[in-house]
Design a protein around this ligand. Sequence first.
Ligand SMILES: Nc1ncnc2c1ncn2[C@@H]1O[C@H](COP(=O)(O)OP(=O)(O)O)[C@@H](O)[C@H]1O
Ligand SMILES: [Mg+2]
Length: 243
Amino acid sequence: MARSNPDPFDFQPGKILSGKYVIDEFLGGGWEGEAYLVREKATGFKRVAKFYYPERNEGGTSLREYVKRLEKLSDLNSVIRYMHSDSIRHKGERLDFMVSTHAPGRQLSYYIKKRGGALKPLESLLILEQIAVGLEAIHSRGMYHGDVHEDNVMVRRVGIHYEVRFLDFIHLGRTTRERKRDDVYDMLTLVRDMTGGKRKYARQPELVKTLVKGARRDLIYKTFPTARSVLKFLRSKDAPDFV
Ligand SMILES: Nc1ncnc2c1ncn2[C@@H]1O[C@H](COP(=O)(O)OP(=O)(O)O)[C@@H](O)[C@H]1O
Ligand SMILES: [Mg+2]
């Protein structure tokens, strides 16, 4: 991450893409690019277009690897669905973008902010369980996410159920046991982020601490080597109390 941030694209509502989509609003940006809510002109359907900063998508690799993974995971409800890829000219340069379905709900980070920086343990654990279900399914198909954090997980609350959707898979190379294990580590440290971060960690209930383990990699790897092991623990009678 040595270099400075690329210039934002800053596309405005009403901009037409390849004659097919109209930009409605900016959704968010991160390391690789910027995502916009768009409407397909022919149908009026809501979609999301993600534009890549050319210097972070050399040879189209970031986009290609992302959509390959989305396509392989297209049977999972916990993953956004790939629609198609295209490019536009912008300031004399070719800009690649990919169109996907729009994940309902908000980023997990939005929920954390909305609750003043800390979700209650129960809510965090309900969300964790769904993230673990999603990761387990991704891993069992021989894939990994690579960048599990609060801005790449979309959450929609439906009553007491939390629907979770993953976006922004990154390409670090082929799937290995270590990469899957790192997804699990990121997921478990997310529990600390959800419950108020380091500041509140000492006061968390036993169950939260058993899962987060002070974010110590060696301990997490040993006790929770897979997403499945996390699920098994969450649903076992050995799991300590959490209120
Ligand atoms: N399919 C989608 N549905 C809803 N929101 C999305 C979608 N794709 C991206 N976003 C929003 O845009 C933000 C940036 O997109 P993301 O793919 O994470 O880009 P980056 O790689 O730059 O982090 C996300 O954090 C999310 O808020
Ligand atoms: Mg992101």
